[in-house]
Write a protein that binds this ligand. Structure first.
Ligand code: ZN
Length: 212
């Protein structure tokens, strides 16, 4: 559970420190998670069991994106390009300010449609209804939402290769990567040495050798 919660808090903390670029935050969060997985492994006697439990924690919540990213070596170009690809899928392309305003207005109209449907279903007190964002009384809220959406959609969330490698060279991050690489080596050693033990996990074996 800690592995699922702490990185999310770290993600939000990074935004709080002023980093808006999602690729950078995702990169730092992913490397932070790798270090966390490696550190927690030291408390477990059975490394293989621990490794499986890590995978299953992410599978339980269907976070295959994280498992997918963990399957790449931190310094590889595949990790860099897949990270940017996921960011593009999740956050979309960077928009110009007028496009972002149009997008925000469309979102507000869509939201109003849902609110209108909800109002139709309200029977407990028919004269009480949820307010619509397009109504004059909602002007402050509408402008606040537009401002947040514009800020979000005009942000450049992609990362250059130079920035990627610059971040990897930071001393703390370098330590995290080393710690992850050691962990990976130990897990692979364990898999090689425990063939008999592996019958339980036969079906998973190939999976986690190839994954993280
Ligand atoms: Zn974020």
């Amino acid at each position: 559970m800690k592995l699922l919660v702490i990185p999310v808090l770290y993600h939000e903390y990074l935004h709080y420190t002023g980093i808006k670029n999602e690729s950078e935050v995702w990169l730092r969060e992913n490397l932070f998670l790798r270090n966390l997985i490696s550190e927690y492994s030291k408390k477990h006697e059975n490394l293989l069991e621990y490794h499986l439990s890590v995978i299953s924690e992410f599978e339980k919540i269907s976070d295959f994106g994280t498992l997918f990213l963990l399957s790449f070596s931190p310094k590889s170009i595949e990790f860099y390009s897949n990270l940017n690809h996921i960011i593009q899928q999740l956050y979309g392309n960077t928009l110009a300010e007028n496009e972002a305003l149009k997008y925000a207005q469309e979102q507000i109209l869509q939201n109003d449609l849902i609110t209108e449907l909800m109002n139709l279903k309200l029977i407990w007190h028919p004269e009480v209804r949820y307010p619509l964002l397009r109504e004059p009384n909602s002007l402050i809220e509408r402008h606040a939402i537009e401002k947040i959406v514009i800020e979000h959609k005009t942000e450049d969330n992609f990362m250059s290769r130079n920035d990627f490698y610059r971040i990897l060279k930071e001393s703390e991050i370098s330590d995290w990567i080393n710690s992850w690489n050691n962990y990976q080596t130990q897990v692979k050693d364990c898999i090689n040495k425990t063939e008999n033990y592996m019958f339980v996990y036969d079906q998973l074996k190939e999976y986690f050798i190839n994954r993280i």
